[in-house]
Design a protein around this ligand. Structure first.
Ligand code: FES
Length: 167
């Protein structure tokens, strides 16, 4: 009798283990199919992504020459230079990445972390920042300024050809 009971327990354990292996096999197959479908599924169209990464800053007349306007949602400043041209400056310090505020009294950006400062063009006035603030690409269409957040430009220093002019 105990031998029969032992055989019955062994049989039951083997049956349980084969069901468990079958279940794990099915789970693995489902996961593989899901990975394959995810890989083959078409990505979002590029235009949609671009639209999400574009900020309509507004009409050019809204920005006085010599002004800096913060766009916190886009993490940039729109600087309008005295000559009328525009720069979209990243607010991320090029030293160690702190957020750099514009200080109107001193007419410059001053980093609160290690005191780097930058002029209205993003050029370094005071190190340790190693290079000018990054730029975002701008387009002006029908007198409306648009900033493209997915198009950043790293640069050593300011040059005139980085400015987007309205005319
Ligand atoms: S992070 Fe800005 S000066 Fe160091």
């Amino acid at each position: 009798m105990p031998e029969e009971l032992k055989n019955l327990k062994d049989k039951s354990r083997r049956s349980f283990l084969s069901k468990l292996w079958l279940l794990l096999g099915v789970a693995l197959l489902v996961e593989l199919i899901w990975v394959l479908v995810s890989f083959l599924r078409p990505r979002k169209p590029k235009a949609e992504t671009d639209a999400q990464n574009t900020i309509i800053a507004g009409p050019i007349d809204r920005f006085e020459p010599g002004s800096v306007t913060a766009f916190p949602q886009g993490k940039f400043y729109l600087a309008r230079l005295e000559g009328g041209g525009f720069l979209a400056l990243s607010r991320v310090c090029t030293h160690l990445g702190c957020t750099v505020p514009w200080v109107p009294d001193q007419n410059r950006f001053i980093c609160p972390c290690h005191a780097s400062s930058f002029d209205i063009t993003g050029n370094v006035i005071n190190p340790p920042a190693p290079r000018a603030l990054d730029l975002f690409q701008i387009e002006i269409e029908n007198n409306i300024v648009k900033v493209f957040l997915d198009r950043t430009v790293k640069r050593k220093r300011y040059r005139d050809d980085q400015v987007t002019k309205p005319f």
